[in-house]
Ligand binder design. Structure first.
Ligand code: FAD
Ligand code: NAD
Length: 476
């Protein structure tokens, strides 16, 4: 089916990315209405909410990945997928440049793809704010490779700390696990890491007991700024019980291979610089705009004043364009950059495109009917006229797609020691809860949200496996 030529009577819809936004669009799109082409350097969908659990081997990364080919094979009409990165979007000429970055080299590694309609769902990259040393020395937590790198590095730090002749100071440094950024990513990772220490490492390598420490560094006065005050307090006191050190009002300014340099604001408002040695450094300070998106923004005058991503209107059309839409973390629509928002935006676009295809077909039929009516005999004319009226009514009804409206289902985060926090919308009110019951809710909610039954079964098995045998600490 890959070789099937595009149908010239249909518009070509190019979708960039295979994340939350793009996959939700693909799942809900009637693909027979368009020549659909998907371009992404990642040939799978990743269920990011459970990625922090992969850093310690509590869950295996493959359990939260779903191959894009498996998603596409269930579509009615064939969709082309190119495993490649979009390196440039040429707005004027309606083309994108794509580059295949894979290790296996073919004749064609770079090419252009024409589009009539384009959906940008490329997500965001990691923010570093230009702080020196971050890219070279820290691990991010966004992709599967990041989680694998962290998993390997935790055990590297442990084994090196235990190497014969290591000085006590070096042991302390190597076993100091520092997380920068107190948003949900940093908090969830710190919780998972401390669990690993408490539940497995202590049993398997009791020598690390006195020196293994997890520290969470946050520039603001508190962690989880997007959660309610009650849950922030709950998280902070729970971290204290778990012996996770929270360093708020501490802004990292520089990173070297063994230390971070931070500016700490003291209670009297004065500032001092502190050097903190670390063995593992995980950097989770949020999102930054990808270069391909920045470049597109520079081509569109209406995007001139925006810095955070592609400004979209209430139909997710990139402002200043007519045929480009954006979803998820790369789109700025006044919602938080979350999976929940991206998935709803993707589903909305699918509804919009399905409707647009229907209205296009109706408009063509209407044009044909009007032409027929003009030349028809008198007795036929009335019949055609009533058909035209009927179709016009249908068209008006179909065209009534309202603007995108986000429905917030709540925020959930795991905080370690089998506790989670949740700000959940319930009818018209809000419920804030934290603790073990919330953890069970967190587990069942995320299990039910997994992409496929296959993912669900794998995650459940991983949870059981880790419970019974402990996490796998062997290094790959
Ligand atoms: P992504 O899901 O990041 O997908 C982007 C896609 O674009 C990827 O397939 C990527 O390979 C592809 N791509 C990148 N560059 C290019 C290019 N140049 N050309 C073509 N394709 C490209 N949100 C929640 O709501 N709840 C949670 O519990 C939650 N937990 C999270 C945990 C972690 C560890 C992280 C990192 C995020 C979490 N989030 C959560 C946030 C959520 O994952 C993001 O908001 C969501 O992934 C955004 O979806 P997206 O489709 O915009 O981007
Ligand atoms: P974030 O933007 O939510 O938090 C980053 C934090 O890093 C901020 O609190 C910021 O003050 C801090 N920071 C920035 N620079 C710093 C510095 N130099 N030194 C110290 N601290 C610094 O980032 P995130 O946690 O990666 O989340 C990104 C998005 O993904 C958010 O929208 C979030 O809601 C979503 N997400 C949700 C969940 C969940 O719902 N469970 C989990 C992960 C991510």
């Amino acid at each position: 089916t890959e070789q099937i030529e595009p149908d010239p009577s249909k518009k070509t819809l190019v979708i960039l990315g295979t994340g939350w936004g793009s996959v939700s669009l693909l799942k809900n799109l009637d693909t027979e209405n368009y020549n659909v082409i998907v371009v992404s350097p990642r040939n799978f969908f990743l269920f990011t909410p459970l990625l922090p659990s992969c850093t310690t081997g509590y869950i295996e990364h493959r359990s939260i990945m779903e191959p894009i080919r498996n998603i596409l094979r269930h579509k009615k009409a064939s969709v082309r997928f190119y495993e490649a990165e979009a390196t440039k979007i040429d707005y004027q000429n309606k083309k994108i440049q794509v580059k295949d970055d894979s290790d296996v080299k073919g004749d064609s590694m770079e090419t252009e793809i024409d589009f009539d309609m384009l959906v940008v769902g490329v997500g965001a990259e990691n923010a570093t704010f230009g702080i020196p040393g971050v890219r070279e020395h820290s691990c991010f937590l966004k992709e599967v490779g990041d989680a694998q790198k962290i998993r390997k590095k935790i055990m590297d730090c442990v084994e090196t700390a235990l190497f014969k002749g290591q000085s006590e100071e070096e042991v302390k440094r190597l076993l100091h696990m520092v997380v920068v950024g107190g948003g949900p990513t940093g908090v969830e990772f710190a919780g998972e890491l401390q669990d690993f220490f408490q539940e497995d490492l202590l049993k398997w390598v009791p020598q690390v007991k006195d020196h293994f420490r997890v520290t969470l560094v946050e520039a603001l006065p508190n962690v989880l700024p997007s959660f309610s005050k009650q849950l922030i307090d709950y998280t902070e006191s729970s971290f204290k019980e778990e012996h996770i050190d929270i360093r708020t009002k501490t802004m990292v300014k520089n990173v070297t291979d063994k230390t971070i340099e931070a500016q700490v604001t003291l209670p009297d408002g004065t500032k001092k610089t502190e050097i903190i040695p670390y063995g593992l450094l995980v950097w989770a300070t949020g999102n930054a705009v990808r270069p391909v998106v920045k470049d597109l923004m520079a081509q569109i005058p209406a995007q001139k004043d925006e810095r955070r991503g592609l400004k979209v209107n209430e139909y997710l059309v990139v402002k200043g364009t007519e045929n480009i839409w954006a979803v998820g973390d790369c789109a700025i629509a006044n919602y938080a950059p979350t999976a929940q928002v991206a998935a709803q935006e993707g589903a909305f676009l699918a509804r919009l495109f399905n409707t647009m295809a229907k209205t296009d077909a109706m408009e063509t039929e209407l044009r044909e009917l009007s032409e027929r009516q003009a030349t028809a005999k008198v007795d036929e004319r009335n019949e055609i006229l009533s058909l035209i009226n009927e179709r016009q009514k249908q068209l008006r009804r179909t065209k009534q797609v309202g603007p995108f409206q986000y429905s917030h289902q709540g925020s959930l985060a795991y905080i370690g020691a089998e506790k989670a926090v949740a700000d959940v919308s319930w009818f018209s009110g809000n419920i804030a809860s934290g603790g073990t019951m919330t953890y069970l809710f967190w587990k069942s909610a995320y299990l039910s949200m997994c992409f496929s039954s296959r993912n669900r079964v794998l995650v459940l098995m991983d949870w059981m496996k880790s419970r019974i045998f402990g996490r796998d600490v062997s290094r790959e």
